[in-house]
Structure formats: C-alpha cells, structure tokens
Ligand binder design. Structure first.
Ligand SMILES: [Zn+2]
Ligand SMILES: [Zn+2]
Length: 385
C-alpha cells in the first residue's frame, strides 16, 4: 500500500508552519486516540500514522528532507550500487537517508540564496540547489577529467508532467490566498503576512493530486550526469551546473548543482597554487661528486636534473613549466626539486675503512662546519669573561 503524504495525514498542506503542525497533530491525536474509538477498528493504525507524520514534520531536519524527497528520504539506501564517487554513504545508518545524503549533497539554499526562510512564490517553487563533493587525484587535477556522477535528485514526475495534478489537469488558484501565496492576519495592532497555509505559498492548489508523486510534481530518481572537470582545479574550486539541481515543485525551475572539488594529497608532490614541490633524496656521495638524477613529473613522465658537485641538503632546482596548469589560462606553474642529502647507513667494513681514510684526508671540505664551530668557540669565550 502506498504511504500517504504526511501533510495529508495531518490534514495540512505543504508549507505549514511548525505551529500549524503541532496544532494539527494534537487535534488528530485526540480525535483518533484508540481509547475514544473503540468502534473504529482502523483508528489505531491512523493514530500511529499521525504519530509517524508528526515525528518527521516536527523535526526541522527531517521535515526539510521529507519536503525535498518525500518518503524516499527515509528509505534506506539510494540504489545504484557500484562505485560511489565522492564518498557516498560512508557508514550512515540504514534508513537514515537524510544524513547519508548530506555528506555529499548539501542544500545550498541558505548559502547561495542569501539565507533566510522567507518564502515567496518563486522561492517555494524553485528546486533546491545541490552540492556534490568530488574528490580527485592530483594527476586528475593536472589533466582535467570527465566524470559521470550519479545525482540522487528529484526530477519532474512523468505521470503528471510535473504539474502535480492527476491526469495532467491544471492546478487551480488557491481560494485562501487568491493565488498570492500569502495571507494577512490581524494580530493586535499589527497586520502580519504569512505563507498561505492552504497552498504552502505556491498560490495554487491541486484538487486531484497525481498518485505517482502525491501532488508534488516531482519524484525521486538517480540521474547520471557527465561532468567536465577542467585542468587546474584545486581544493575549494566550485563548478556550477545551472539547472542540474533538484527539480522545482509543480513545474517550477530547477535548482543548480554545485560540484565542490577536493584534491587529494599526493605521495610525491606538494602543491602550492600552480607550483609543485618534490623532495628528492640524493646520496651523500652524489651530492659531493655531482651527477644526474631522474625525477618524476606530474604528467607521468621523467626529467633529468643535473646535480652540481658539492650540493647541500635543501638546495632547490627549478623545472620551468612542469607545475600545474592555471585554471583560468595563463602560464603553467613550475616544479621545484628540493634535494635531501642522505647519509649512508649499514656500512660494510670496507666502506667504513674508506670513509675513515677520507676523514683523515679531509681539510677544507666542510666550510660551513668550520665557520659554525669557530662561532661556537667565540661564544664560549665571551661567556667566560
Ligand atoms: Zn505526478
Ligand atoms: Zn494559498
């Protein structure tokens, strides 16, 4: 049996205020209480149904999820299966669709629409903006990529062509607000304007709601969306796909989809804007004698770098243009190789012998040590006097 719409259960319409919901539930609960309905065998079920509806609608988070996705908001899993990009699911409790959803998709209504809850007709009818968190590798950020993402989203209902009315009939003007979406009420000396409780601010009502979508004009469905991620994106890059967000209510315009990029840390390269840094260990002997080393580049290739004799740890060498591409055009960044001189370990007897011999022959081979220890000596002397 199809689940009844929670608003319908409580005799409310969408957009009812928290106060209205509370009042409606109290009234229903009294009316349907099994103690007063000994002769109505269905009253217990109805009583429970009203309780369940109230449980959802009294909670602002649950209500928001329900308003957007209907009952699907609380059914476990989002279907689809397979690889889930961007960290779907991730251990969210069964049946807790709303919280699983918010990991990846957040309602950006507040962020992008200037906040506030004031609902005019436009606001009520437009679909919500969606946020999709997409994690990419540094290599992908370098090359750009095309990604197919599954967007669990409300789409216009086919059965009623998004109108929300059974058989495609046109909704009629709301009699309570005459299509204004708002009603005025006198409260003491003040006239207050409220969202119309009958039509929830839409200005229209549906006499005969579509059975497929319970009059919402939209249904829950996964959509596959192919997205082009340009080369050069970085963590925090937002890509807006106009009109790819949630479908509007009853044929209203769709919201937008925002893709938030997060670039994963790389094992070899560190990024600073368009420049890349790579720390390369160099053996003590190579650093002393000089020579070539081969370093990786982010495009998967390799570059040969000349190490001058007597190079110290921390020495940087620049590979021009081997960094990341600039997202908005312009020259690509550079790659910096930072040398880390490695002292040899696990010496054999022969190696130890050679190094001892080398040490015995050393004179002016360590100018930095020499000047450091001469400073140290004068420091001690100054402390004595
Ligand atoms: Zn429909
Ligand atoms: Zn109205």
């Amino acid at each position: 049996m199809a689940k009844r719409d929670y608003y319908e259960v409580l005799g409310l319409s969408k957009g009812a205020s928290a106060d209205d919901i509370k009042k409606a539930y109290r009234k229903k609960a009294k009316e349907l209480h099994p103690d007063r309905n000994a002769d109505n065998p269905d009253s217990e079920r109805q009583f429970k149904e009203a309780g369940e509806a109230y449980d959802v609608l009294k909670d602002p988070d649950k209500k928001a999820a329900y308003d957007r996705f209907g009952h699907a908001a609380f059914e476990g899993g989002m279907g689809g299966g397979g690889a889930r990009p961007g960290g779907f699911g991730g251990g969210a409790g069964q049946g807790d669709f709303a919280s699983a959803f918010s990991d990846v998709f957040d309602d950006l209504f507040g962020d992008f629409m200037g906040g506030g809850r004031g609902g005019g007709r436009q606001r009520a009818a437009r679909g919500a903006d969606l946020r999709y968190n997409l994690r990419v590798t540094l290599e992908e950020a370098y090359a750009g990529l095309q990604k197919t993402i599954k967007v669990p989203s409300a789409v216009p209902c086919d059965a009623c062509e998004g109108s929300g009315a059974e058989g495609g009939a046109q909704p009629s003007t709301c009699p309570t607000c005459s299509g204004m979406g708002k009603v005025r009420a006198q409260q003491g000396f003040f006239t207050v304007e409220r969202t119309c409780p009958t039509c929830g601010g839409l200005g229209q009502i549906i006499k005969n709601p579509c059975k497929s979508c319970q009059g919402q004009g939209r249904v829950q469905k996964d959509r596959a969306l192919s997205v082009n991620i340009p080369a050069g994106v970085e963590t925090g890059t937002r890509i807006r796909l106009a009109g790819e967000g949630e479908a509007g209510m009853r044929g209203g315009p769709s919201g937008d989809l925002y893709i938030f990029i997060e670039v994963a840390k790389h094992e070899l390269f560190e990024r600073e804007e368009t420049n890349l840094f790579c720390r390369v260990p160099v053996s003590m002997t190579k650093a002393a004698l000089g020579g070539d080393i081969e370093v990786p580049t982010i495009d998967g290739g390799r570059s040969r770098v000349k190490i001058p004799p007597g190079s110290q740890s921390g020495r940087q060498m620049r590979l021009r243009g081997k960094g990341m591409p600039a997202l908005r055009g312009g020259a690509p960044g550079d790659m910096f190789i930072e040398m880390a001189v490695e002292t040899p370990v696990n010496l054999t007897a022969r190696q130890t012998e050679l190094l001892r011999e080398f040490e015995a022959l050393s004179e002016d081979n360590s100018p930095e040590s020499k000047s450091f220890f001469s400073s140290v000596r004068s420091f001690w002397d100054s402390m004595k006097s």
